[in-house]
Design a protein around this ligand. Structure first.
Ligand code: BG6
Length: 490
């Protein structure tokens, strides 16, 4: 697809995401020759900065410093900055003048993307102010709005946000970012399932015993305590990234790879998650935890409540585990176990499909008590691992576990695009496949809301866990019986 000439306006450009993710992704696209001939970026935020100061602020990370100074300089000349420190109407008039000026000088053909990397409370006001300046009008060129997560704090706030944005922009102009959808391995779930004939016939309750999704981070909340304390693991990761993963695992085959077909199926999948409303079920099948201070590699790390900008009495969860079911023909009675946490022993995201045991086991004395597993490694060591029984050479039938292992890194020099590179390029080309639609986001909130509400009640417990372990011990009870969590090592 062709990437037309365009102007990208980033709101919240003085923030961390612009310097850490967006500008490096744009630089990489530039380096790989994916940017159109005429392309400029206008950073926008409240504080005052000159173009030069903005360029220095988002100065590229050292990993790019191998590139020649002239090359980096040529990229940095595409970056501009405008502040919004005056009253809204004045600021937006000036902003519009700046946009029109850059559009003319750099021949952006009136194609504009507005990237909202601000708190969600500002999304609607920005859309409204852009509209007042006619910046949603597509007669001369297209206009797109990319919105960052979190998309609301609950079902009601997400609905209000959708309504607010739809007052000014059409759904087809809105791109809701979920950066997990930009990950190569997440997209590969669709290919694994629907471009092969060996997995899909087994992809159902007849062959699958249970499904486990783990998202672990070794880091704590770092400098984002202020945001995180109001959010927690369930809102920060589960409602968005992890339920998107669930949707890709659960969905029925779409009619085609058309964005709307895929999103229709994902929506159906999200709607089929069994709502957890019974307090007894919520107590039994959801676990939240908070990391406590502990020693890691001889150094003391802070407990969550000691982190900067975190309430010392906070009950916000840094660990969340949920067991749930999917009420449809394909998945009836198959439990899904999903957990996400900070301050785990390692950083890893994986989906594990646990297959049922063979109906009749003839190798009675074999030590194979573990069943087939398909492990989709989202990160790191991106790839797929299939575990299956093999005969140990020698007399009798001793069976051991063998592995079929595929690593993306083995594909030679094919470069795995970073999620933000992929997603920015898609939006620049008008492809919304990897963005979440309004109804999908609302369906994910509809499922998450009752858990959040239950956790507000004084009855709901918060378990402590030491930084650097696999979460509260109590979480084992959630999965206990014949199952246990797979705690992948590095
Ligand atoms: C973000 C969350 O959306 O995803 C962060 O806000 C989290 O809290 C991050 O650390 C994880 O992303 P990744 O790509 O490092 O797994």
């Amino acid at each position: 697809p062709k990437t037309e000439n365009q102007l990208l306006v980033i709101f919240g450009a003085s923030g961390d995401l612009t310097a850490r993710k967006l500008v490096p992704a744009l630089y990489k696209l530039y380096k790989d020759d994916h940017l159109p001939e005429h392309f400029v970026v206008l950073g926008v935020a409240r504080s005052f900065m000159t173009d030069e100061q903005f360029r220095n602020r988002v100065a590229l990370e050292s990993k790019y410093l191998d590139d020649s100074e002239a090359f980096i300089e040529a990229f940095s000349e595409k970056l501009f900055y405008e502040d919004l420190h005056k009253k809204y109407d004045v600021s937006y008039r000036e902003l519009n003048e700046r946009i029109q000026n850059l559009n003319t000088v750099y021949q952006c053909n009136n194609n504009f993307i507005f990237y909202l990397s601000t708190p969600p409370s500002l999304f609607e006001a920005i859309a409204k102010n852009l509209t007042a300046e006619g910046l949603n009008d597509e007669r001369l060129g297209w206009k797109r709005l990319i919105v960052e997560k979190p998309f609301g704090y609950s079902l009601d706030t997400a609905k209000a946000l959708n309504e607010g944005l739809h007052r000014y922009f059409k759904e087809s102009q809105i791109y809701r970012i979920d950066h997990y959808l930009g990950k190569e391995t997440v997209q590969n779930i669709l290919v694994t399932r629907f471009a092969n004939s060996v997995f899909e016939p087994l992809w159902n309750r007849d062959y699958i015993d249970h499904i486990e999704i783990t998202n672990a981070e070794s880091g704590g909340v770092e400098s984002r305590g202020g945001y995180y304390d109001k959010s927690g693991a369930l809102r920060d990761m589960f409602q968005s990234h992890l339920l998107q993963l669930v949707a890709l695992i659960v969905m029925e085959p779409p009619l085609s790879a058309d964005p709307e077909e895929i999103r229709n199926e994902k929506l159906k999948a999200l709607k089929s998650l069994r709502m957890m409303t019974d307090p007894e079920v919520l107590e039994r099948d959801t676990i939240r935890g908070q990391y406590l201070s502990s020693m890691i590699d001889g150094e003391r790390v802070n407990g969550y409540r000691e982190e900067e900008d975190v309430d010392p009495d906070s009950i916000t969860e840094t660990y969340a585990a949920v067991k749930f079911f999917v009420d449809n023909w394909r998945w009836a009675d198959v439990p899904f176990y999903v957990r996400t946490a900070k301050r785990m022993p390692t950083k890893v995201t994986e989906v594990v499909i646990h297959f049922k045991s063979p109906h009749h086991q003839i190798f009675k004395n074999s030590n194979i008590n573990k069943d087939n597993k398909l492990i989709i490694r989202i990160q790191p060591d991106e790839g797929i691992l299939l575990k299956f029984g093999v005969k140990v050479p020698g007399q009798g039938f001793k069976v051991e576990r063998g592995n079929l292992d595929f690593y993306y890194s083995g594909l030679g020099d094919s470069h795995i695009m970073e999620a933000y590179e992929r997603l920015l390029l898609d939006a620049m080309q008008g492809d919304a496949t990897l963005y979440a639609r309004a109804d999908e986001v609302e369906a994910a909130w509809r499922f998450t809301d009752p858990i959040l509400n239950y956790w507000k009640s004084p009855k709901a417990k918060v378990y402590g866990y030491s930084a650097g372990v696999w979460g509260p011990e109590h979480a084992n009870e959630l999965i206990e019986g014949t199952h246990e969590w797979r705690n992948p090592g590095r």
